[in-house]
Structures are given as C-alpha cells and as structure tokens.
Design a protein around this ligand. Structure first.
Ligand SMILES: *[C@@H]1O[C@H](CO)[C@@H](O)[C@H](O)[C@H]1NC(C)=O
Length: 402
C-alpha cells in the first residue's frame, strides 16, 4: 500500500516536471523576439519574381504575435508588384520592425500602381519601424508621361503612414518615387532619421517627406533631393521638429499650400533648424491659397539655415492660385503670426531674397527677422513686404522692408 502511494506520487512529480519544462520551452518562444525572414516566406531576391505575398504573410504572422517581431529582408533585389496595405487595426503586436538590407523595386510599368494611391501603406499601426533598405519607385516613366502632357495616372506615394503612432523610419533610401516619397497623415510620435531621398529635380510632385494632421513628428539628419518640396507641411500639423536636412535639388521646406478649404486645422509649433538649401527653388516658404479659410500658421522658428543660390531663400506667399482657377480676386483667410527667422546666411539666386506677400484681410503679424544676411551676386539682395507687421534684430541684409 505504502509503495503504491510512493510510486503514484513519483509519477505525478515526473509529470509535473515534464509539463513545467514544456511550459518553459513554449513560453521562451513567446517571449523572444520573432524573426520572420521574407525569403523563407517565398520572396525571391532575383529582382524578377513578385515578392508581394511574402510581405503580406510576414505582416500577418507578426501581427498575430504578442512579442516584438522583426521582418527581415536580406540583401538582393525584390520586385514588389502590388500596392501593399499593412493594417494594424486588429494587430496584437505593438513592436514590429522591418529590417531591410535589400532593395525593393516597383514595377517599371507605371500603370500597375498608378491609380493605387500608395505602394507601401501602413494604416492604423502602432510601434512600427523601418530600418535600412532601398525603395525604388521607378517613377521616371510616369514623370515623362506627365511632362509630355499625356493622360497619365496620378502615381503612387512610395511609403505612407496614416492614423498611426510611435513610428520610426531610420536609414532608408527612397529613390525615384512616382509621387510623394514618404507621407505621414494623422500620425502621432514619429521619428525619421538618416533618410536619403533622391529623385530628379525635374520630377513632378515627388515631395520628399510630407506631414499633415500629425503631431510630434521629428525629421533629422537626412538628405533630400527631389523635384518638389524636400519637406512639405500640410494643415493640422503641430509640434514638428526638422533638423539637419540637406535639401536640393527641390522646392525647399514649405508650410503649405494651406487654405484651400474653408474649414481647415492650423499649423502650430514648427521648428526648422540647421538645414542647408543648395540650388533650390525656395529656402523656407509659407504658402496659402488666395481663398477664404479659417486656417492659421502660428509659432514657427526658422533657425541656423544656409542658403546656396536658393531662388527665394525666405518667402511667404498668400496669393497662391495655380492656373488662376477658383480664386482670382479672393483673399486668403489664413492667419500667419509669430514666425521667427534667425541666423540665416548665404546666397540668393534672385535679386529679392526676402519676400513677404501676406493677406490683405489678415496681415502677417509678429514676424521677426534676426541676423539674416543674404547676398545676390556678391551684392546685398533686396526685400519686399506686403501686409506684413514685423521687427528686426542684429545684422540684417537685405534691409528690412517692415
Ligand atoms: C505648442 O507649444 C506650446 C509651448 O511648448 C505648448 O504649450 C502648446 O501646447 C503647443 N501646441 C500644440 C497644439 O501642441
């Protein structure tokens, strides 16, 4: 009797140990970061085989995991023929990183993605990062189509995050996008660092980084050369920090176009610091449509900027009305105030280096110009003010027009 009890309890003990060990093993796998290799999911690095479905599978696996997951894209060229949508709405995972060593190539035929809106679209995601990689949008065919005035699709933005938070984009290269290169819309807490954007200076609507309806976005240490704005800032942007960007070719860093709509959220708390503009159409610009709007721009600091032959180093234009359609004779309702230009040096590509052309209904107010020295062909450049109220401090060249 006694022995039987002993044997039973011994067996129970063994069973416990086995179960516990099993539990540990399973648990360990859950706790460790999952590495998901795209190649093991069927992606081919030959540049010819469509690897779209491997991305979709990788995303689905990562989303189902409760643990940090890495989606690894090894070296090589991967054709991505589809418009990919990474949706985070039902994602359990709040830490998914794409670690990319390879090059992702869009189809050469622009008709394939031309009406898709976006090539890599991240919607409602939290805690997603993209490190490294080259995204080659192969936009040249579409640009040529647009240039020759043919009937062309609008084209696809290369990477877009919408309604997302805690996003990191680090060390990636975006080449020759059909449309915008990187776009943040409705995002919170975004860090972009060490990014390279490169497209022809003649490519249409290929903005480097576009931010709108977003708060807490930081863009640092990046090099952007493209055919439109290096960074464009749309309505509803707040707490945006831009630092150490090399811009050119391109249209500069632009707040706007704003005020196209009657009801529009404002742009507030923007810092643009330690940036260089080489041969750009503008340096720093604020631009609004000449149309009624309740939009505004407030609390902007442009600091420590170098201009090398920028066409319009400092410009506010509130009379934007492309093709004179839908706005002639109207006045911008966008209120611009508390904008500081501090420590801005270099050369202008046109005789008027500082141009403030504000709304006749809502003058620009509290515009501060401090230590701004810009020359045109080795002579002081000129300045021009319309409807602008401001003040100057320190060495100022061209002379103030306030
Ligand atoms: C703008 O910055 C000020 C000062 O840091 C802060 O108090 C305010 O909340 C910010 N505005 C927005 C809309 O975040």
């Amino acid at each position: 009797m006694k022995t039987k009890v002993k044997v039973t309890s011994f067996l129970t003990h063994i069973l416990r140990v086995v179960l516990f060990t099993l539990f540990l093993v399973v648990n360990q796998q859950l706790v460790e970061a999952n590495d998901i290799n795209l190649v093991s999911l069927g992606a081919k690095s030959d540049g010819l085989t469509d690897s779209s479905s491997a991305f979709t599978s990788a995303w689905n696996i990562a989303c189902e995991s409760l643990n940090p997951s890495k989606i690894l894209v090894p070296q090589g060229r991967y054709l991505v023929n589809s418009a990919l949508v990474f949706n985070g709405r039902n994602c359990k995972n709040k830490a998914i990183s794409f670690v990319i060593s390879g090059t992702l190539v869009a189809p050469a035929d622009f008709q394939v993605l031309g009406n898709a809106g976006t090539w890599f679209s991240f919607d409602d995601v939290t805690g997603v990062s993209i490190s490294g990689g080259v995204f080659d949008g192969q936009g040249a065919g579409l640009w040529a189509c647009k240039r020759f005035g043919k009937t062309c699709p609008p084209g696809a933005t290369t990477i877009r995050f919408s309604n997302s938070m805690n996003i990191v984009v680090n060390g990636l290269t975006s080449l020759n996008s059909q449309l915008y290169h990187i776009d943040f819309d409705g995002c919170k807490e975004v860090k972009v660092e060490g990014v390279k954007v490169s497209a022809s200076g003649a490519s249409p609507n290929t903005d480097g980084i576009h931010v709108q309806q977003s708060t807490g976005v930081t863009i640092m240490n990046s090099k952007i050369g493209t055919g439109d704005d290096c960074v464009s800032i749309g309505a509803g942007t707040s707490n945006l920090w831009i630092e150490n960007i090399d811009c050119g070719p391109g249209h500069g860093i632009s707040i706007g176009s704003l005020g196209k709509e009657l009801n529009e959220p404002g742009v507030v708390n923007v810092t643009v610091k330690s940036c260089t503009f080489v041969g750009t159409e503008n340096g720093v610009r604020i631009k609004s449509w000449g149309r009624p709007s309740n939009g505004f721009v407030r609390n902007v600091l442009f600091q420590c900027l170098t201009m090398v032959n920028a066409q319009n180093p400092i410009i506010i234009n509130q009379n934007y009305c492309p093709k004179e359609k839908g706005c002639p004779g109207q006045v911008s309702g966008v209120r611009i105030s508390d904008v500081t230009y501090q420590d801005i040096h270099g050369t202008s590509g046109t005789p008027i280096a500082v141009k403030f052309d504000c709304s006749s209904e809502y003058h620009c107010t509290n515009i501060k110009v401090e230590d701004v020295v810009l020359t045109y062909r080795d002579k002081p450049a000129g300045s021009s003010c319309i409807n602008t109220v401001g003040s100057t401090l320190g060495s100022i060249e061209p002379n103030s027009c306030f």
